[in-house]
Design a protein around this ligand. Structure first.
Ligand code: ADP
Ligand code: MG
Length: 251
């Protein structure tokens, strides 16, 4: 069953078509990578899905209903959360306060005079920090954490919404190979334990082919392939335009 679907999704920026007629589906429970060279349109595609950009044409549906044109906060509330390519935390707050703030923002939408409030919040904050392995850094200033740990914090912030689908835009950008492996293992473990569906972009092909259930390839804003890792690896067009095999590759 598709949890997320786009049909004919198109975005042009004043004549430059960044996403061109993309029809795509994300299946419940899968780990799905979007790959493509820099400028292929991956971040734009995410922005269109999460309401940060309005499509020029086409549709986005989440769990069978149209979310086209919905504002980001409403889409998040439906259970579709994301992280950003650039780090998105409150750098001057502590690690703990970052998560508490995310939970308060979430609960504010259901505010009542009799809400359990801060006490329950503390328990949930600790749980989330434990989940991403930041339980010993709760009192540290977020902006002073290592890059990898800031990404873990960002992940916990995304999870505060209790999403069913998580979009991660280059979650391992700027990480060492070792940090990359750890971060991916963490995301993988959390996805399993929470039954999350994952859509992510990643530049490291060994990671992509190592963990994805399915892979989609964007090239100049067009979806040129979508399928099982082996299908994508062996796709002639993908090999030609992306995996670096020219027509005369045999030479
Ligand atoms: P990727 O994430 O795959 O590297 P992007 O989605 O960031 O690619 O960008 C795709 C193309 O769209 C790039 O050529 C980029 O310059 C262009 N683009 C992205 N956002 C805008 C914008 N707001 N205005 C104009 N062009 C944009
Ligand atoms: Mg990008």
């Amino acid at each position: 069953m598709a949890v997320l679907e786009t049909k004919g999704l198109t975005k042009d920026f004043g004549g430059f078509v960044a996403i061109n007629d993309v029809s795509f589906s994300l299946e419940k429970g899968e780990k799905h990578a979007i790959i493509g060279p820099n400028g292929a349109g991956k971040t734009t595609f995410f922005n269109l899905i999460t309401g940060h950009l309005e499509p020029s044409r086409g549709e986005v549906a989440f769990e069978g209903r149209s979310i086209t044109g919905m504002p980001p906060h409403q889409i998040v509330r439906l259970g579709l959360a994301r992280s950003f390519q650039r780090i998105n935390i409150f750098p001057r707050m502590t690690v703990f306060e970052n998560i508490q703030t995310a939970l308060i923002a979430r609960d504010h939408k259901h505010f009542s005079l009799f809400s359990p409030g801060a006490a329950q919040n503390r328990g949930e904050t600790r749980e989330l920090l434990e989940l991403v392995g930041l339980d010993t850094e709760t009192a540290e200033i977020a902006g002073e954490l290592s890059y990898g740990k800031q990404k873990q914090l960002e992940l916990a912030i995304s999870l505060a919404e209790n999403p069913s689908v998580l979009l991660l835009d280059e979650p391992t950008a700027g990480m060492s190979p070792q940090e990359t492996r750890e971060a991916i293992a963490l995301v993988d473990e959390i996805a399993k334990s929470r039954g999350l569906t994952l859509l992510f972009t990643e530049h490291d092909m060994s990671v992509v082919f190592g963990i994805s259930d399915r892979i989609s390839v964007l090239h100049h804003g067009e979806l040129i392939a979508s399928g099982l890792p082996d299908e994508v690896r062996n796709n002639v067009e993908v090999r030609r335009v992306y995996l670096g095999e020219g027509d005369d590759a045999a030479a």
